[in-house]
Design a protein around this ligand. Structure first.
Ligand code: ADP
Ligand code: MG
Length: 482
């Protein structure tokens, strides 16, 4: 497969293949922190801190069980193995926004390992393997203003899931697709709100280049990207930078880089540290987390967005279109309830209506509730040809706004399509009789008038005459004139 087929700028060539792995930090959606009662809300600086977050002597961590349950739930949604025994470790480093002097993380024994989720590239499915999800604490924030640095410790101890992928991604589009599927999945199961502006999700991008089929090259890590757009830009910049170095015979240095949002460039931050630098050790204040099967099985969620998407795509529609419904919980529910008793062909009609007229209506009226049974009834009428597409649009809006069954609306407004060939034949006869001038012109060779007659019939029936039958009857009638 040719992985890089777009113009990425000056350094573009098809010689180098990107190899990308992500480390994603997803904030567990909880009221309180991983090891303290302090609130996780987005609040005024230094108002949400407890003793342990401040690293006060003698303060002890108390594990928030909610975080364990949500990590398990996330792991199951990503097809991971849940470890019955996991442990917390201390990862030491010195920084003013880390008063404890260490981060509490799960280095040796994470809570989940070895999963995967599918992504789609056009109509192909590909599994992206997830190496692990472990729980860890976030650090505080340093804010540099003029010549001063301010510290906000609100984020100290905020629960994070670090989700680490295998290096299975091959370009920026795969990264974007993967990230969006992951984000929607965590949101759907309620384990992470996924708001990137609030720092609830961010990613480190690891990227190296290689010649297709060869061993992986040396990787560079770009830290803390807080939007999909920045991830894509950083990847494209690194592709160019690394390929230029390799082209000129140079070597890539393993390092950690930062993305500059203003220039779109990545810059050196520090050399890559080794695990040994952190002096990892099991945290003596925290007992191991022991789980049993009953506990784990209670937590599993189904109907995940990527499952919904794959199911809808079985109708023969593209993954990309199916995703429009799958990533939106309301549309998913509406589609699935309406589709329940429909035949496959009608499901396809329903699908087109949902991603078309229904979505446009919801965009204009965001809080509207649509009755799935009424939507299904309307689709059945459209599918049977009992009502024209144009009339159906009118009925759709009416049944949503008036909460009356589509069948009743069709009856009340007389919108039923005329499908009887005999009835249409009669109307064709009457209408054309009244157009003597055009009939003369047609007889004299003006073939273009065929569509005029069809239009006249449709107009005379206020759009209710079945267009296909009308066309046939008009042609038959005209043939007899000659
Ligand atoms: P560390 O813990 O030192 O950061 P890991 O082996 O856990 O290293 O890998 C971190 C991330 O880097 C993972 O997402 C992994 O997929 C990715 N990665 C590993 N090797 C490469 C490589 N050669 N090129 C690109 N990404 C890589
Ligand atoms: Mg790392």
């Amino acid at each position: 497969m040719n992985q890089i087929n777009k113009d990425h700028g000056k350094a573009i060539n098809n010689k180098w293949e990107m190899v990308i792995g992500l480390e994603i930090h997803a904030q567990v959606s909880t009221k309180s922190k991983l090891f303290s009662k302090a609130s996780t809300e987005y609040n005024a600086p230094n108002t949400c801190v407890d003793y342990i977050d401040l690293g006060l002597p003698g303060a002890l961590p108390i594990l928030n069980e909610e975080c364990i349950n949500k990590a398990i739930k996330s792991g199951l949604a990503l097809n991971m193995t849940i470890n019955k025994r996991s442990e917390f470790d201390r990862k030491h480093y010195f920084y003013p926004d880390l008063p404890l002097g260490y981060q509490i993380t799960q280095f040796y024994h994470p809570i989940t390992e070895n999963g995967h989720i599918p992504i789609w590239i056009d109509q192909d499915l590909k599994n992206i393997r997830i190496n692990r999800i472990h729980l860890e604490t976030d650090a505080g924030k340093s804010i540099h203003k003029r010549n001063k640095t301010y510290i906000d410790l609100n984020r100290c101890g905020i629960p994070l899931m670090e989700i680490v992928t295998e290096p299975d991604l091959r370009n920026e589009d795969e990264v974007a697709t993967f990230f969006r599927i992951l984000q929607s999945t965590l949101r759907r199961i309620g384990t992470c709100d996924g708001n990137m502006e609030k720092g609830q999700m961010r990613a480190d991008v690891n990227i190296s280049l290689r010649k297709s089929g060869e061993e992986f090259g040396t990787r560079v890590e770009i830290k803390n990207l807080n939007s999909v757009n920045f991830m894509k830009k950083a990847i494209l910049f690194e592709y160019k930078r690394q390929s230029e170095i390799l082209e000129s015979g140079g070597e890539i240095v393993q390092e950690t880089r930062l993305f500059n949002e203003a220039t779109g460039e990545t810059i050196h931050m520090r050399n890559k540290e080794d695990a040994a630098d952190y002096r990892y050790m099991p945290d003596p204040d925290l007992p191991p987390v022991i789980l049993n099967d009953t506990q784990i099985n209670q937590i599993k969620d189904s109907n995940l967005p990527y499952e919904v998407c794959q199911n809808i795509a079985k109708l023969g529609v593209s993954f990309q279109d199916a995703w429009i419904i799958a990533e939106d919980p309301y549309l998913t529910k509406l589609f699935e309830s309406s589709a329940k008793s429909l035949e496959k062909n009608d499901k396809v009609i329903l699908f087109k209506w949902v991603i078309g007229d229904v979505i446009s209506y919801i965009k204009k009226n965001p809080n509207i509730e649509i009755n799935p049974n009424y939507l299904r009834d309307l689709i059945v009428e459209v599918s049977k040809g009992n009502i024209s597409g144009k009339a159906a649009k009118e009925v759709l809006i009416d049944f949503i706004e008036q909460d009356i069954s589509p069948l009743e609306i069709i009856k009340k407004k007389g919108l039923a399509q005329i499908n009887s060939a005999d009835a249409i034949k009669q109307i064709v006869h009457d209408v054309i009789q009244n157009c003597q001038k055009e009939v003369e012109s047609y007889k004299n060779g003006n073939e273009n008038l065929k569509q005029f007659f069809v239009g006249q019939v449709i107009k005379a029936t206020k759009g209710k005459a079945n267009p296909k039958i009308t066309q046939e009857e008009v042609l038959k009638y005209l043939a007899n004139l000659k």
